[in-house]
Ligand binder design. Structure first.
Ligand code: ZN
Ligand code: ZN
Ligand code: ZN
Length: 178
């Protein structure tokens, strides 16, 4: 199904998605936040099944998906490749580990490659970072993984850079200098 955008004449050019209530431009064919299609996209076919009508857009790769290849997770549409990607608000989780040192390196790499980065649980309350002793609290918290998020539209690019970097092929061309 498609949703009709309530394109009231307003000067901002933004309207609310009828499904997730996030703001979208009033000429959108789909909602980049939740992946529902608007009436402008009616009749579009699935990118993987050209004989089937598209029912949504993957919010990660923007591929059109049909009833049989779409996954809806917490109200958001994903293709079969990206249904496991964890998203929070407008952020997609690119990495998580209980290894804080590795997490720090990955965060530094992503930032140096020009990505906006959001981190969660890097320093759980009670975890002693430097010089301090090891306490019962730190032991219980150390298994809580550090999570790294990037903005959803940057996810694919960030993932690609990260893979290259891990495999040693990242040539650093994209590194930004201050
Ligand atoms: Zn939406
Ligand atoms: Zn996708
Ligand atoms: Zn399909």
């Amino acid at each position: 199904m498609t949703y009709r955008l309530d394109a009231k004449m307003n000067t901002s050019g933004f309207v609310k998605c009828p499904y997730c209530k996030e703001e979208v431009t009033d000429d959108s064919d789909f909602c980049p936040h939740c992946g529902v299609l608007f009436s402008g996209a009616a009749g579009q076919m699935c990118d993987s099944h050209t004989e089937r009508l598209a029912t949504g857009v993957c919010i990660i790769c923007r591929k059109l998906v049909c009833e049989s290849c779409m996954s809806v997770v917490r109200g958001r549409t994903f293709c079969s490749d990206h249904r496991k990607v964890k998203v929070e608000q407008d952020w997609a989780r690119i990495f998580q580990s209980t290894d804080i040192t590795e997490s720090e390196m990955i965060r530094a790499f992503l930032q140096s490659a020009g990505h906006k980065v959001l981190v969660r649980d890097f320093a759980p309350v009670g975890y002693v970072w430097d010089g301090g002793g090891d306490s019962a609290v730190s032991r219980s918290n150390i298994s809580k993984p550090a999570k790294i998020f990037v903005p959803i539209p940057e996810y694919l690019k960030a993932k690609e850079s990260l893979e290259e970097w891990k495999s040693g092929d990242f040539d650093g061309k994209e590194l930004e200098t201050e």
